[in-house]
Design a protein around this ligand. Structure first.
Ligand SMILES: CC(=O)[C@@H](O)[C@H](O)COP(=O)(O)O
Ligand SMILES: NCC(=O)COP(=O)(O)O
Length: 237
């Protein structure tokens, strides 16, 4: 089964536009779970432009499925994770001013750093996932970090899918097979949507979880949150 973790960054973006508590992020997380989300993902950024650090603390008490915190393991991020101890931490090498995530880790160059971070997070009881481009070299080097899973960064897949689905998928399939052979769990995310999700799911062996935010929240404007989450779940059977 591939689980759907709903990324609620964009709910926080909307709330922050007015400075009040509408929409209520915590209620949205509860409702996503009630409507079928099997996890809640947040990606607090250093400028707190959407998810705030306090949101993450508050969500810990509310989320009953799995809380997945994504981000670059800066000292502030690691302090937050030490306090909250989510079920999963996804390490993403974003620059502080990145508009959105735009690359996976170089697991060769940053191997020593990642080994230390992964070790600490696992000792806290968190499952660890490392955000990666679908490169065999990066997947192989991820094993040495001790990570439980990798998350394949699917922006390239999503961009190429409309014109050539098979070519878009090919590097991801190779990376997924390799991850499975090497004993790594597999997640995927970024720019997944109702058009490209089923094909990815059907062709990536061992896909355990997708985290989806931007497109899902956009769809919910037209289709409603409950209906949208159910539609995404249906792509994953
Ligand atoms: C790691 C990843 O692909 C997502 O977390 C994405 O970066 C969402 O972050 P934003 O909502 O800030 O774009
Ligand atoms: N890890 C990917 C994620 O949480 C959501 O990415 P997107 O669907 O907002 O592009």
């Amino acid at each position: 089964m591939t689980k759907l973790s709903v990324n609620i960054n964009k709910i926080a973006t909307l709330r922050n536009a007015r400075g009040h508590n509408r929409p209520d992020l915590l209620q949205a997380a509860r409702d996503c779970e009630r409507f079928g989300a099997q996890g809640i993902t947040v990606h607090p950024r250093p400028d707190e432009r959407h998810i705030r650090y306090q949101d993450v603390r508050d969500l810990k008490a509310v989320v009953t499925t799995e809380l997945n915190i994504e981000g670059n393991p800066t000292p502030d991020f690691l302090n937050l994770v030490r306090e909250v101890r989510p079920e999963q931490v996804t390490l993403v090498p974003d620059a502080p001013d990145a508009i959105t995530s735009n690359a996976g880790w170089d697991t060769v160059r940053h191997q020593i750093f990642l080994i230390g971070v992964v070790q600490e997070l696992k000792a806290l009881g968190c499952r660890v996932s490392i955000f990666l481009d679908p490169s065999p070299e990066m997947v192989k080097a991820a094993v040495a970090t001790g990570t439980d899973r990798i998350e394949l960064y699917t922006e390239d897949y999503a961009r190429l899918y409309p014109t050539d689905p098979a070519a878009a998928l090919a590097p991801y399939q190779t990376a997924a097979v390799l991850a499975q052979q090497l004993g790594l769990g597999l997640n995927a995310g970024h720019d997944l949507d109702l058009d490209n999700l089923a094909y990815l799911k059907q062709n990536l062996p061992g896909l355990e979880e997708v985290s989806i935010g931007h497109a899902l929240i956009c769809d919910a404007l037209y289709l409603g949150l409950e209906n949208t989450i159910q539609l995404y779940r249906r792509q994953l059977v």
